[in-house]
Design a protein around this ligand. Structure first.
Ligand code: HEC
Length: 149
C-alpha cells in the first residue's frame, strides 16, 4: 500500500479514492472535472499514436492532445478482471507492473505521472499482494449478487 501511494510510483494520482479511480465522484471530490489520462500503452509512430481501433478521448474531441486518453478504471476486484487495459493487451497484473516500471511507451501525450521506477523482486511481490487484496471474494461469491435462480 505504501508503494502504491508513493510519489515514486504515482499510482494513486489516477487510481485514488474509494473506487481506486479518480473518475469516481463523491461529496469529498475537490476538482469538478472529467479526468482522462494517457498511461503510455502505445506510441506506434514516435508521436504517440494509438492503434486505430481505439484511440480514446480523441475520438470524441478531435483534439490531438487527447490521443490515448482513457478514464482510469477502478482497481476494485482487479485480480479477477484481466486481461487488462481497454483492449486487453496486458495479460496479467505482473505485465501491468512491468509496463509502468519501464515508464510506458513514451510519446508527447503520455502523462508525466507515468515516469518509470525501479522495482525489486520483494517490492513487486508486495505491490501485487496489495493489488490482489483489493479483491472482495465475499462479494464476488455472494449469491445475492449472482445470476437469478
Ligand atoms: C496517469 C494516470 C495513471 C497512473 C499514474 C497509473 N495509472 Fe493505471 N491506468 C490508468 C489508465 C488511464 C488506465 C486505463 C488505460 C487503458 O484502458 O488503456 C489504467 C489501467 C490500469 C490497470 C488495468 C485496469 C483494467 O481494468 O484493465 C491497472 C491494474 C493499473 N492501471 C494499475 C496501476 C498501477 C499499479 C499504477 C502505479 C504503478 C498505475 N496504474 C498508475 C491511469 C494511470
Amino acid at each position: 500500500m505504501s508503494l502504491f501511494f508513493s510519489e515514486q510510483m504515482e499510482c494513486f494520482h489516477c487510481h485514488g479514492g474509494y473506487l481506486m479511480s479518480d473518475a469516481a465522484r463523491s461529496a469529498t471530490t475537490v476538482f469538478d472535472e472529467l479526468t482522462f489520462h494517457n498511461n503510455g500503452l502505445y506510441n506506434l509512430d514516435g508521436y504517440g499514436a494509438y492503434p486505430e481501433t481505439d484511440q480514446g478521448l480523441i475520438e470524441q474531441t478531435g483534439s490531438a492532445a487527447d490521443m490515448g486518453r482513457f478514464r482510469a478504471p477502478s482497481l476494485r476486484n482487479i485480480a479477477v478482471t484481466g486481461p487488462y487495459m481497454h483492449d486487453g493487451s496486458l495479460a496479467t497484473l505482473d505485465d501491468v507492473l512491468s509496463h509502468y516500471a519501464k515508464g510506458g511507451e513514451g510519446g508527447p501525450y503520455q502523462s508525466l505521472f507515468v515516469k518509470g521506477f525501479e522495482l525489486g523482486d520483494d517490492e513487486r511481490r508486495q505491490l501485487l499482494a496489495f493489488l490482489e487484496s483489493l479483491t472482495d471474494e465475499g462479494l464476488l461469491t455472494d449469491p445475492r449478487f449472482g445470476p437469478p435462480e
